[in-house]
Design a protein around this ligand. Structure first.
Ligand code: NAP
Length: 346
């Protein structure tokens, strides 16, 4: 039975959920259904240490230590790496999972981590949107040269198979436009403002309390997270490299409870709508902006942390993918799906 050695660079919410799914929950199924085993040979964090063991690390112990805020270096069978690049250079692995925080401006240092992993002959898998918008073509070319895969299903819509839908199920189709709701935090905030009569600030506080919004929610509220997701979809679906700065962007900061309730009184809802359209000259117009939508729109019923993307293709007309109430496992599943895509033949 083949044993795949995997390295986890980034061991926060996503890295830990992946470790639990891959090593604890799905281990028997991977053996029985796919005849393969997984061993974790390296785990790296930013401020909580790094550990290497070519024979395999004790993942349960790593999860307990991470939950307790302890330094993971104690688990290392070798002198711990000094930084992310040193980690990728030294880890004995077939697959690198890169799950460090997104850098909207440059995509670094994740791009350098993924590039080095591919150069060293590993598959490179990430939930990080930065490398998709800032280095998709470079990393895909490098992966092809190396006979490896660069995959990123979880970067947009958690684990819902949005990239796989396009790349595996729509051969020969052209995406002319898309429209959707891609940021769960703002959708939850707008939902709370409507259903609980909360102000924007109260709804943000609620989203922070349940762990959906970050301490600094401005990336969501100002539309940056949505813009980078639009840029990622345009880059991959339309083959046009687009930076988040090129997306016309307006967030939800100026929307008041009164605005939301006035829309509701007329049977409509405010949504932070993400959209892109290919112009006749081949360029792309991409936007993130609050819009009022009515019950006739597929976006109307998408509430809370749910999301949707509606593709307009030249051959199938409108095609929608909707994800309801994702859990942290959904993101981990997207990475697991990428792993199986990378290591299985065909
Ligand atoms: N959370 C979600 O539901 C979700 C969904 C889709 C996509 N994503 C994407 O997935 C990625 C990870 O998200 P997350 O929620 O897991 O973030 P997180 O909880 O903040 O975890 C980030 C991890 O990366 C480590 N790290 C930071 N800088 C590093 C560096 N230079 N070298 C090595 N490790 C470094 C951190 O270590 P320290 O804590 O020690 O600094 C931590 O272990 C992000 O790009 C995010 O946008 C997240």
């Amino acid at each position: 039975m083949p044993v795949y050695r995997v390295a986890l660079l980034g061991f926060g919410n996503v890295g830990r959920a992946l470790a639990q799914l891959l090593l604890l929950r799905k281990q028997d199924e991977l053996r029985a259904r796919y005849d393969l085993e997984v061993v974790v040979t390296g785990i790296a964090t930013g401020r909580h240490g790094m550990a290497l063991n070519p024979a395999g690390l004790d993942v349960r112990a790593a999860l307990e230590m991470a939950a307790a805020g302890q330094d993971l270096s104690a688990l290392s069978a070798e002198p711990p790496p000094t930084d992310g690049l040193d980690f990728v250079r030294r880890v004995a692995a077939d697959v690198l999972f890169e799950n460090t925080p997104v850098n909207y401006e440059t995509g670094e240092p994740a791009i350098s981590h993924l590039r080095l992993a591919l150069e060293r002959g590993m598959h490179a898998i990430t939930a990080n949107k930065g490398p998709v918008v800032h280095a998709f073509h470079e990393l895909r070319r490098l992966a092809a040269c190396q006979g490896r895969k660069f995959l990123f299903e979880s970067a947009v819509m958690d684990g819902a198979p949005v990239f796989r839908l396009y790349e595996a199920a729509l051969p020969g189709a052209q995406v002319r436009a898309f429209r959707g709701i891609l940021n769960s935090t703002t959708n939850l905030i707008l939902t709370r403002m409507e259903t609980h009569g909360e102000t924007l600030e109260q709804a943000v506080a609620y989203a922070q309390r349940i762990g959906i919004a970050e301490t600094d929610p401005s990336g969501d509220i100002n539309g940056w997270d949505a813009a980078i997701k639009v840029a990622a979809l345009v880059t991959v679906f339309m083959g046009v490299p687009l930076k988040p700065q090129q997306v016309q962007r307006r967030g939800i900061r100026h929307l008041s409870r009164a605005d939301v309730q006035a829309a509701a009184a007329q049977g409509q809802r405010w949504k932070l709508v993400c959209s892109a359209r290919r112009r006749d000259d081949g360029t792309v117009e991409a936007r993130v902006e609050p819009q009022r939508v009515g019950p006739e729109s597929p976006l109307y019923g998408v509430m809370g942390t749910s999301s949707i993307v509606q593709l307009d293709t030249d051959v199938l007309g409108q095609l929608s993918l909707r994800e309801d109430d994702p859990t942290p496992d959904a993101t981990a599943y997207g990475l697991l799906a990428d792993f199986l895509t990378a290591v299985r033949p065909g």
